[in-house]
Ligand binder design. Structure first.
Ligand code: NAP
Length: 250
């Protein structure tokens, strides 16, 4: 029996990247996992299969978490399959490599909807369910850029990651009387496929040299989320765990 056995987790955007890493660690620790994706169905199904490999249950649900109709359908599917939700990990997120001169109103709205409105929509749906059972853990994926700003443009992305921190602190107060904790995780630079695609092997090595503990693994982020969901998180709410290998210190 793992520490999280009997619990049900939803990880938004878990078809790849950090969300996949989180889903696998939660499963390893015994939680049933709802794998959510927007367009990468095959990858999501592979993650579901890997999750079941830990002997827990998993379903794969397509939903654009920035859209309220999709979020309602996602939660209805969770109700039908599991009848409860213990952990919500608001991970789905995206960015576009552009600075303020290139960002259109449409792109601004797209990033805000995907990264921030999704956190509102999913947290609200989860809170309604968690409040009834007087238990819940919400973990929001922020980023180191929430503290120091993004280095090259990405002002829309950075705004959402900062917004997530304020959202987390505020919701933590509302949620506490219902036995629900709300926390954030702020990863630094994590070794994802995208990172290697964007920077190449050499670029990644250069980046690693700037981080005291080197670059992070997806599992490192998963472990931080699992800690907040487990017993270690009992008395933690409104905090941000900085999973950045010492790259940024407050
Ligand atoms: P990624 O590899 O691009 O994966 C993003 C995931 O989100 C995919 O599973 C994608 O699914 C899903 N997604 C995107 N839009 C969605 C939507 N509207 N509805 C549902 N799912 C959606 O990104 P990542 O690097 O793992 O980042 C994940 C989170 O960690 C983000 O919030 C990001 O800001 C944060 N973060 C990452 C790093 C890092 O080093 N990678 C550092 C700090 C913070 P589909 O493919 O199906 O669209």
């Amino acid at each position: 029996m793992g520490e999280l056995s009997g619990k049900v987790a939803l990880v938004t955007g878990s078809s790849r990247g950090l969300g996949k890493g989180v889903a696998l660690v939660l499963a390893e620790k015994g939680a049933d996992v709802v794998v959510n994706y927007n367009s990468s169905r095959e990858e999501a199904e592979e993650v579901c299969k890997a999750v079941r490999g830990y002997g827990v249950q998993s379903i794969c649900v397509q939903a654009n978490v920035g859209k309220s109709d999709d979020v309602q359908r996602l939660f209805s599917e969770i109700d039908a399959k599991f009848g409860k939700l213990d952990f919500l990990v608001n991970n789905a997120g995206t960015s576009r490599a552009e600075n303020i001169f290139d960002i259109t109103e449409e792109n601004w709205d797209y990033i805000l909807e995907t990264n921030l409105k999704s956190v509102f929509l999913c947290s609200k749906a989860a809170m309604i369910r968690m409040r009834e059972r007087k238990f819940g853990r919400i973990v929001n994926m922020s980023s180191m850029v929430a503290h120091q700003g993004a280095l090259f443009g990405h002002v829309h992305y950075a705004s959402t990651k900062g917004g997530i921190l304020s959202f987390t602190k505020t919701l933590a107060r509302t949620a506490a009387p219902y036995g629900i904790t709300v926390n954030a995780v702020a990863p630094g630079i994590i070794k994802t496929e995208l990172l290697f695609k964007t920077h190449g092997e050499e670029g990644v090595a250069k980046l690693a040299s700037t981080v005291p503990l080197g670059l992070g693994e997806m599992r490192d982020v998963g472990l931080a989320v699992a800690y907040l969901c487990g017993e270690g998180g009992n008395y933690l709410t409104g905090i941000c765990l900085d999973v950045n290998g010492g790259m940024y210190m407050h």
